[in-house]
Design a protein around this ligand. Structure first.
Ligand code: GDP
Ligand code: GDP
Length: 436
């Protein structure tokens, strides 16, 4: 079940990024602690009423050097294309402006639900300012204040009414869903074609097209797969389709629907910043990851080349130390047959459930070997560990005081769990919780 998506639209300076940051909150991102990952603050996740959702600040997507009004229009179109519900943000202090009306015109034409918010209503005396906004034709305007965090609960309550209901995912649990992400021209489409052209691969339906991607279902050796191909949907001829942030957005949506994400690199060009950003999102979404080095045919090799390239990848993607690396060529089909077995492995580990008694043996052995950290004379005590979820495997460690669980100790425990259970290809999560 993919997470619902909220998009914030509105002309500049109404407070979109302020609201975005408020809603996303001070959530500590797992990736942020890890060197080498650049955060891109236009897309993030939030939680409301126990529902996780994703949120897009369309204001962060700048589209070339277009005139300002065109930019806003494109941003509104992106919101319409991508979101389940749109927050149309205005500024109560300015009243309705011409630019607001332009945005409204585009939103009228869409069938997406729109919730109108009037920002910068910093105190109750200012509430009268919102009545004018009924004129925009989107029903009740919700007064909010980004700076003071007022009114956001009511706004999100309203938005949440439009979230899609459970049970809309069309594939069975056993079907392995995977996607290929990477910069343009790294060879994603070629790789999909190579996979589908393999022996004993039976493609059951092409173009189970969703709004955002082409899903191709296939089987090999009685295993069912769906490859989610976003690249195939690129050529819709809209201006914004060529912007980098937009293609990242598309990749993010494919990641959300996947069990396994193939991070595709181009051996010919090496690793660049954009690769890292894309890979960081796969990690943060908690998906299984396989790193694929494509165009291996173009590289002049001796016996050391593969090791050296692998080391370069490890240095650049420190946070993906669990991801296996596959070197191949979609063009010559050399070693493409090694990919599906790797996808299977990553997927199995992603949904692996470890036995509770064994987990606790592993943790107790780990603690015996490397004593728990202390802070101000207090020592971390670990009472009990249990796996609470799969996809990715998630462990809750019951302790005396979660504050004492240092990042480096958590890493140590993670490594011990990995040594014991494998987990190759999947991130694992460890949550320290106070024993009640
Ligand atoms: P964006 O261009 O729509 O993303 O707008 P920003 O989030 O960058 O905000 C524009 C300006 O409005 C900034 O100076 C914010 O501090 C200010 N601002 C945002 N929300 C509020 C609010 O609720 N009240 C007041 N008084 N100012 C706000
Ligand atoms: P995408 O944009 O990531 O989907 O990339 P494409 O699959 O469209 O490939 C981009 C270009 O790279 C095309 O010209 C392909 O023929 C070429 N290409 C793809 N895979 C390989 C490969 O393994 N080796 C070589 N030499 N070229 C490749």
């Amino acid at each position: 079940m993919p997470k619902p998506i909220i998009a914030i639209v509105g002309r500049p300076n109404v407070g979109k990024s302020t609201i975005f940051n408020r809603i996303v909150g001070e959530r500590v991102s797992i990736v942020e602690d890890i060197p080498g990952v650049t955060r891109d603050r236009i897309y993030s996740s939030g939680e409301w009423l126990n529902t996780d959702f994703n949120i897009i600040d369309t204001g962060g997507i700048d589209i070339g050097d277009e005139p300002f009004i065109e930019q806003i229009k494109h941003q509104a179109e992106i919101a319409i294309d991508e979101a389940d519900v749109i927050i149309f943000l205005t500024n109560g202090r300015d009243g309705i402006t011409g630019a607001d009306e332009e945005v409204a015109k585009i939103l009228y034409k869409s069938k997406k639900p729109v919730v109108l918010a009037v920002n910068k209503i910093d105190n109750p005396d200012m509430r009268e300012l919102v009545y004018d906004f009924y004129a925009l034709g989107f029903g009740e305007p919700f007064p909010i204040s980004g700076t003071h965090g007022l009114g956001l609960g009511d706004l999100l309550d309203e938005a949440a009414k439009y979230f899609p209901k459970e049970g809309e995912e069309q594939y069975s649990d056993e079907t392995i869903k995977f996607s290929l992400i990477g910069r343009p021209n790294v060879g994603k489409s070629s790789l999909v074609n190579a996979l589908l052209g393999e022996e004993r691969v039976i493609v059951s339906n092409i173009a189970g097209t969703t709004r955002d991607a082409i899903d191709t279902k296939f089987t090999k050796e009685d295993k069912e797969y769906v490859v989610i191909d976003t690249a195939g949907m690129r050529k819709k001829g809209k201006v914004y389709e060529s912007t980098e942030k937009y293609s990242v957005l598309r990749a993010l949506k494919a990641i959300e629907r996947s069990d396994v994400v193939l991070v595709v690199l181009n051996a010919e060009e090496g690793i660049i910043e954009q690769d890292k950003r894309i890979a960081g999102y796969a990690h943060e979404a908690g998906k299984a990851v396989v790193i694929v080095v494509n165009k291996w045919d173009t590289v002049e090799k001796d016996e050391k080349t593969m090791k050296q390239f692998e080391q370069k990848i490890r240095d650049h993607f420190l946070f993906l130390d669990y991801a296996p690396i596959v070197f191949l060529s979609a063009k010559t089909k050399k070693r493409t047959h090694t990919l599906l077995p790797m996808i299977n492995l990553a997927s199995e580990n992603h949904s692996l459930r470890a036995e509770t008694s064994v987990i606790n043996d592993v943790i107790m052995d780990a603690v015996a070997m490397n004593p728990t950290p202390t802070h101000n004379g207090n020592r971390l005590k670990i009472y009990y560990t249990t796996q609470v979820a799969v996809k990715p495997p998630t462990f809750v460690v019951f302790v005396n005081d979660p504050e004492l669980m240092h990042f480096s100790y958590e890493r140590f425990l993670e490594n011990k769990l990995r040594e014991a259970f494998g987990f190759e290809g999947t991130p694992i999560r460890i949550i320290a919780r106070a024993r009640k």
